[in-house]
Design a protein around this ligand. Structure first.
Ligand code: URA
Length: 192
């Protein structure tokens, strides 16, 4: 049977694969355009996301939208989701077991979207999707190729709220992202 976003969403909503399901208000499945060739992948929902069921809608999400606007992107041109679909308590990092329990859903989403570019938002996402020993301070903005997909990690927008000194580096990373989009999926900017 072929998979679909609706089927994955329904499976996530019924998931009891880790303890995070017990405290969730909503699962946070994904937002944006599932036909877009670019995926942005964060770590896990916070309080605002849990309340609304949409990724990156709090302060970090507002900053993310502002950052995307700098390179003429918005949520109609990409798909945003997280490694974990339920909120960890007190906004702690998701545990390895929680990430592992959720990863199958992300893999199914990725298989349907078939992105050309994946941007990992922060170190948790990069360690899960690029390399377990990924060092965000050294390797942000670099391109990696995995299974035919171009992958880059940038600082998590919440980290940029805490430490504004990282913003110029992130701006450079975004410019590199924009150049790559123009090179391998120019349709994203067509008509802009
Ligand atoms: N941080 C994340 O990693 N994901 C969200 O959806 C919100 C904040």
């Amino acid at each position: 049977m072929s998979d679909s976003m609706e089927q994955i969403l329904s499976d996530v909503q019924r998931c009891r694969g880790c303890a995070l399901c017990e405290k969730r208000t909503n699962v946070v499945f994904g937002d944006g355009n599932p036909k877009a060739p670019i995926m942005l992948i964060g770590e896990a929902p916070g309080a605002n996301e849990d309340a609304q069921g949409i990724p990156f809608v709090g302060k970090a999400g507002q900053l993310l939208d502002d950052m995307l606007e700098l390179i003429d992107l918005d949520r109609t041109k990409l798909y945003i989701t997280n490694i974990c679909k339920c909120r960890p308590p007190e906004n702690r990092d998701p545990l390895h077991v929680e990430q592992a329990a959720c990863l199958g859903f992300l893999r199914r989403q990725t298989a349907l979207i078939r992105p050309k570019i994946i941007v990992c938002l922060g170190r948790i996402s990069a360690m899960q999707l690029i390399r377990p020993d990924f060092r965000i301070s050294r390797e942000h903005g670099q391109w990696f190729d995995k299974a035919g997909v171009r992958m880059m990690a940038i600082y998590h927008p919440a980290a940029l709220l805490r430490d504004v000194s990282r913003r110029p580096d992130t701006f450079d990373d975004l410019k590199r992202l924009q150049a790559e989009i123009r090179a391998i999926c120019p349709e994203v900017y067509a008509g802009a």
